[in-house]
Design a protein around this ligand. Sequence first.
Ligand SMILES: C[S@@+](CC[C@H](N)C(=O)[O-])C[C@H]1O[C@@H](n2cnc3c(N)ncnc32)[C@H](O)[C@@H]1O
Length: 234
Amino acid sequence: MQTFGDEKNKVVTKVFQDVFDRYDLMNDLMSLGIHRIWKRMFINYLNPQKNTKLVDVASGTGDIARLFLKKTNLSGSVCCVDENKDMIKISKKKITNKNNIEWYCNNAEKLPFNDNKFDYYTISFGLRNISNINKALDEAFRVLKPGGRLLCLEFSKVKNGVLNNFYQIYSKSIPKIGKIIVGKSEPYEYLINSIKEFYSQEELIKLLEKSNFKNVSCRNLNAGIVAIHSAWKI
Ligand SMILES: C[S@@+](CC[C@H](N)C(=O)[O-])C[C@H]1O[C@@H](n2cnc3c(N)ncnc32)[C@H](O)[C@@H]1O
């Protein structure tokens, strides 16, 4: 189990404090824009129905919320949860139609909602940053309605040897890009290490099952550079 408690939480808070105003730009540069495609595939895989309720945790600058609202033709509603108020501020600026969306500055390990409230729980590039992942997954299970679905988009383990070698070399350049664009390399060193230390596809399936989720499955994108885990509260 990867929990590093308060120490990890402090590091993560500082990382996003340091990068919030260049977060979107760096995402585009580091992934060569591919994160946008991954996020669209993620929402297409979720396939949200009309008039449904989503909680998007570690919502950052609001990409998943925006795609969800578009996909449900603005009939769905979203609660965005992020522990960083500056990321929330940017999200509020980016999302112009604010009718069906609310923001909460809270930790994923203790969500400010009643049980059985949401049809969907999404977390995109967020789970890796959470100190106590088991607690966050238990919270996800608690706030989902019976029949509700969790979808997680996260960096994972590359399954192709040649691509993995190339990916490892490329990863080493990311702190250097961070230094040029944001003026700091440390947040990006954290990023690379957090990806290395994070669970494999199979390990994350086991964790989801431990939190009582059923029909847990995983879909790799780009040979496992990222993976989408799907899990149901039944
Ligand atoms: C890499 S960003 C991902 C943002 C967005 N979901 C995306 O896909 O672009 C991670 C976000 O998780 C938030 N975060 C980290 N730890 C958290 C926690 N324990 N609870 C809630 N949010 C957290 C950070 O503030 C940051 O906005």
